[in-house]
Design a protein around this ligand. Structure first.
Ligand code: CAA
Length: 304
């Protein structure tokens, strides 16, 4: 059977309305940067009104700081704020030209959202995920009819736009295509990220993609150096921070990302490649067992 793909997808220039699903740190950052830099209308969806309120408060704070640092005018800040529409209804994405999902890394949650988006979003819309470790091919397959996996009308429009945290600060974004992603979808994703002021890198769908395939083994090796007594935590962080000019050493970065997230990504690398070089450090597992998952809980390799 030949593959049937969507006939026409929105070009980056045609994107006027962006939908963002998930108003956590990543989703809020993506929504804010798109509204401010790409000047699109943004519908921000979350099931929790409290998360939406918290997110919008944070957006106000960041915009105020942009104005006080004279990076944007008060008018631009007001315009940005006015194009951000928080909502608890997924149906409000029925007029989106591009949707970015940024919910927690739970595979069943992501696939459920994509099968919903397949029904709600218009046939020209790009459907992007911000996943840091789940296969794009697997997420896209949630949009193909179970009895006809060659019907790629929706799946060909699924792609990953993996933003880096904090989104308003980091310019890098990786764009990952799954087996089903069409070249037109990939091009719109790349060009739309450029409209947002980001610098896209492209990769294929492989465990950890590029950023985490390289970053997580680096962090894991730092944890092994700590657990085997090669160096003290301060020395491990200091040599990498001051020796390679990164803003944070690897242990401090693990605390910032979340030690639970680092462990989860190492497990994906290990399980999906079967390669022992990705074995998570024993101390990484123990930190998660203790509940010391980093900055977000007040304790990780450092206290906060
Ligand atoms: N949202 C928005 N802005 C933020 C922010 C947030 N959550 N956290 C910090 N910032 C802003 C601050 O407001 C400040 O902005 P101004 O210049 O306008 O004042 C700026 O970042 C610098 O912040 P600070 O002065 O407080 O602190 P800092 O200089 O130490 O920078 C940092 C903090 C930006 C986090 C910096 O340490 C950094 O870049 N660290 C490395 C982060 C990194 O590697 N991120 C990638 C993680 S991997 C990933 O995301 C992929 C994955 O799948 C796990």
């Amino acid at each position: 059977r030949s593959l049937s793909t969507s006939s026409s997808v929105a070009t980056a220039a045609e994107v006027k309305r962006l939908g963002v699903v998930g108003a956590g740190q990543m989703g809020l950052g993506i929504a804010l940067v798109a509204a401010r830099n790409a000047r699109v209308r943004v519908t921000l969806v979350d099931t929790s009104q409290a998360s939406l309120d918290k997110g919008m408060k944070f957006a106000d704070k960041l915009l105020e700081k942009d104005v006080s640092k004279k990076r944007i005018s008060q008018i631009d800040a007001d315009t940005t704020r006015s194009v951000l529409s928080p909502t608890t209804k997924m149906e409000d994405l029925s007029n989106a030209d591009f949707v970015i999902e940024a919910v927690p890394e739970i595979p069943s949650l992501k696939t459920a959202i994509f099968s919903q988006l397949a029904k709600i979003a218009p046939p020209h819309a790009i459907l992007a995920t911000n996943t840091s470790s789940i296969s794009i091919t697997k997420i896209a397959s949630a949009t193909t009819p179970p009895d006809n996996p060659t019907d790629l009308a929706v799946a060909s429009r699924v792609v990953s736009t993996h933003f880096m945290n904090p989104v308003p600060v980091q310019t890098g974004v990786e764009i990952i295509s799954g087996l089903q992603t069409s070249p037109e979808t990939l091009e719109t994703a790349v060009e739309f990220c450029k409209r947002m002021g980001k610098i896209p890198s492209q990769s294929t769908d492989s465990p950890g993609f590029l950023a985490n395939r390289i970053l997580m083994p680096y962090i894991n090796e730092a944890v092994i150096c700590l657990e085997t007594g090669v160096g003290r935590k301060e020395d491990i962080d200091s040599i990498m921070k001051n020796g390679t000019n990164v803003p944070m050493g690897p242990l401090q970065l693990a605390d910032f990302i979340g030690i639970d997230t680092c462990l989860a990504i190492m497990k994906v690398l290990q399980e999906e490649t079967g390669d022992g070089k990705y074995r998570p450090a024993v101390l990484l597992r123990k930190m998660v067992d203790a509940g010391w998952v980093g900055k977000k809980c007040g304790k990780g390799f450092y206290d906060y």
